[in-house]
Structures are given as structure tokens and as C-alpha cells.
Write a protein that binds this ligand. Structure first.
Ligand code: 5GP
Ligand code: ZN
Length: 119
């Protein structure tokens, strides 16, 4: 039994509103959405941060990024080969960036105008 929230979602112990998955990647809606589309994309294997994942398994990091783009296509945030209307991918590392779940996840945000720079 793990105490990692996202590992427990991968294991099916906690429900997830899954929108996309592969054998190694899971994408599900954020419980507290910050935009009309707010999906979290994770590797099914536990890695705490994007840097740890890049060091341990760069191919898997590529699969997670591809998963984020697949979600954006599926949600109508871009068209195949296009970049409109658009979307944002964010990953927070550490307390100053606001990381609260220590299983790496890409936030896929879209469906409204997104300010830049972020707060
Ligand atoms: P972080 O702050 O680590 O970058 O992002 C963690 C995200 O996980 C937050 O956006 C938060 O709303 C989301 N989250 C926390 N608990 C749950 C949960 O039980 N289910 C889902 N779907 N999202 C969660
Ligand atoms: Zn985990």
C-alpha cells in the first residue's frame, strides 16, 4: 500500500475521471479545475519530479509530453498540426512553485485566455 495519491489513482484505489491513457501514461481531470480544460498527465510509475523522471527514464517523459498533446487534441484545444486556439503545459517542482503532490504531473490548461507571466 502506497501513500502516494496518484499511485493510488493508477491502482484504481481512488477514483479518477480518466480522459486518456496508454500502458505507461494516465490523464485525468483535476479535482479543482483552474480553466475549462484542466487535466493532469502522469507516468503510471512513481517519479517525484520532472527532473527525477528525466534522469530515470527520458523516453517515459516523452510519452507523458505526448500524452499532454493527445489530451489537447482530444479536448479541441488545438487541431492536428495546428496551434490554435492553444493550451498551456505546466509542471510545478518544489514548494516555491507550489508542488503539492509529489508524483510528477503535467497540468494541461486551456479553454480560456491564459495570462502571462503566471502569478
Ligand atoms: P501541484 O500543486 O502539485 O502542481 O498540483 C496538484 C494538483 O492535483 C492540484 O491541481 C490539485 O487540484 C490536484 N488534486 C489534488 N488531489 C486530487 C484528487 O484527489 N483528484 C484529482 N483529480 N486531482 C487532485
Ligand atoms: Zn506516486
Amino acid at each position: 500500500m502506497t501513500d502516494c495519491l496518484f499511485c493510488r489513482m493508477v491502482a484504481g484505489e481512488i477514483p479518477a475521471d480518466v480522459v486518456h491513457q496508454t500502458d505507461r501514461v494516465l490523464a485525468f481531470r483535476d479535482i479543482n479545475p483552474q480553466a475549462p480544460t484542466h487535466v493532469l498527465v502522469i507516468p503510471k510509475e512513481h517519479h517525484p519530479t520532472i527532473g527525477a523522471l528525466a534522469a530515470a527514464d527520458p523516453a517515459l517523459l516523452g510519452e507523458v509530453v505526448s500524452g499532454a498533446h493527445a489530451v489537447a487534441l482530444q479536448e479541441g484545444l488545438v487541431t492536428d498540426g495546428g496551434a490554435e486556439p492553444g493550451y498551456r503545459v505546466v509542471t510545478n517542482t518544489g514548494p516555491q512553485a507550489g508542488q503539492t503532490v509529489h508524483h510528477v504531473h503535467l497540468h494541461v490548461l486551456g479553454g480560456r485566455g491564459l495570462g502571462w507571466p503566471p502569478g
